[in-house]
Design a protein around this ligand. Structure first.
Ligand SMILES: [Zn+2]
Ligand SMILES: [Zn+2]
Length: 388
């Protein structure tokens, strides 16, 4: 029994010790667990705080983005509205402008129509008056025709132009040139052309050789033919009281042909019919001019062969007319003698350009026949060329 009680005592003691150890272990484990839990809690809390913070930041960002978007959208809307407004305003402005333009055009059209009608009426009146004047029913020319055109109104009159109706400076002259709308005197500028005149001017170096071939007699013969042709044609329109052809070399005077009619309406009739017609391949450009005094227009020294300027003179150096017709020394009545010394070659006058045919010195009839043949040959050649 003693031993057993000892064993039991020991066993109890050991069991108590074991229990104590177990309890200690449990306590320790409990303690350990609570630490871990606390740590976990802290960690959880930290994580939660971080999540909350992150959410807050994200939320703020989103709110900011939303705000930005809304701001932009609002700005865009405002911009669109402004554009629309501007577009509307532009449209209204354009509509108003178009309306005004339409109104302006309408007024302009009406004005033009009125002017056109007035002009037509005036032109009709003018034609009627001109017709009456040309038919001799009215003594006065239509007032629309009776005016003077100044190149430089108010400037001093050009002496040369006043005397000769032409000036070396043309209308670029610093002085005033007065063009009458109608007058008794017609001027055909540079109308008379002949080999001698043209070549003497262009080639001074060769003039001696050229003029050897073209002596004065030959030149004068050419002039006589021209005189007869042209005078005959112009006489168809009425009595001519003066006829002068220049032999000056100066370009503004070269070949100028002046024709003065006794009656104004004859000059107008000749102008209407002959202006722009062709003679011997040269187009006739007529203008009315005022020659107040033939003596002042013609170089006084030329007749006496004492003009030191020769044919470069700025006054008229004229060909002597056949039979001294229209001589300044004779009275106008004496001058007017019907001339038919050589038959006129009226075929040279035409509505279209014709090149001049070489002349020969045979009798006028033969000459005319030959020239007609030449003309026919040239025409058929032209026709052939056109066909080709
Ligand atoms: Zn002048
Ligand atoms: Zn002279």
């Amino acid at each position: 029994m003693g031993r057993h009680s000892e064993w039991r005592r020991i066993a109890k003691r050991q069991r108590r010790r074991k229990i104590r150890v177990q309890q200690a272990q449990l306590r320790d484990s409990i303690l350990e667990d609570s630490d871990l839990q606390a740590q976990q809690q802290i960690l959880d809390n930290l994580i939660e705080e971080q999540i909350i913070l992150s959410n807050k930041i994200e939320n703020e960002k989103w709110l900011q983005a939303e705000k930005n978007y809304m701001d932009n959208w609002e700005k865009l809307q405002q911009y669109k509205e402004r554009l629309l407004q501007e577009k509307m305003e532009q449209k209204i402005k354009l509509t108003l402008e178009w309306e005004a333009e339409k109104e302006r055009r309408k007024i302009e059209e009406e004005k033009l129509k009125q002017i056109k009608e007035e002009n037509m009426k005036k032109h009709q009146e003018f034609l009627e008056n001109l017709q009456k004047f040309m038919a001799g029913d009215s003594c006065e020319p239509p007032k629309e025709l009776n005016y003077v055109c100044d190149t430089r109104p108010g400037a001093e009159m050009c002496t040369f132009f006043s005397k000769t109706a032409t000036c070396r400076f043309g209308d670029q002259c610093s002085r005033n040139h007065q063009y009458p709308s109608i007058s008794n005197v017609l001027l055909a500028k540079n109308f008379y052309a002949h080999f001698g005149l043209d070549n003497m001017f262009e080639n001074n170096e060769y003039d001696a050789d050229i003029m050897l071939e073209y002596d004065e007699n030959e030149t004068y013969k050419e002039f006589e033919e021209f005189f007869c042709d042209v005078l005959t044609e112009f006489e168809k329109f009425g009595k001519i009281v003066q006829f002068k052809v220049c032999k000056n070399y100066e370009k503004h005077l070269r070949g100028n042909t002046y024709i003065e009619y006794a009656d104004l309406r004859c000059a107008v009739a000749a102008y209407r019919f002959l202006n722009s017609r062709w003679y011997g391949g040269r187009q006739l450009s007529l203008q009315f001019c005022n020659i107040r005094s033939w003596r002042n227009a013609i170089c006084g020294l030329q007749a006496k062969q004492r003009c030191h300027k020769g044919r470069s003179c700025n006054f008229l150096h004229i060909f002597r007319n056949p039979n001294n017709l229209f001589s300044l020394q004779k009275l106008p009545e004496e001058n007017y003698i019907p001339r038919r010394r050589t038959p006129p070659r009226s075929w040279r006058w035409s509505e279209s350009p014709e090149t001049e045919i070489p002349k020969d010195t045979k009798s006028s009839r033969e000459s005319n026949d030959e020239e007609k043949k030449n003309r026919e040959r040239r025409r058929s050649h032209k026709r052939k060329l056109r066909k080709d």
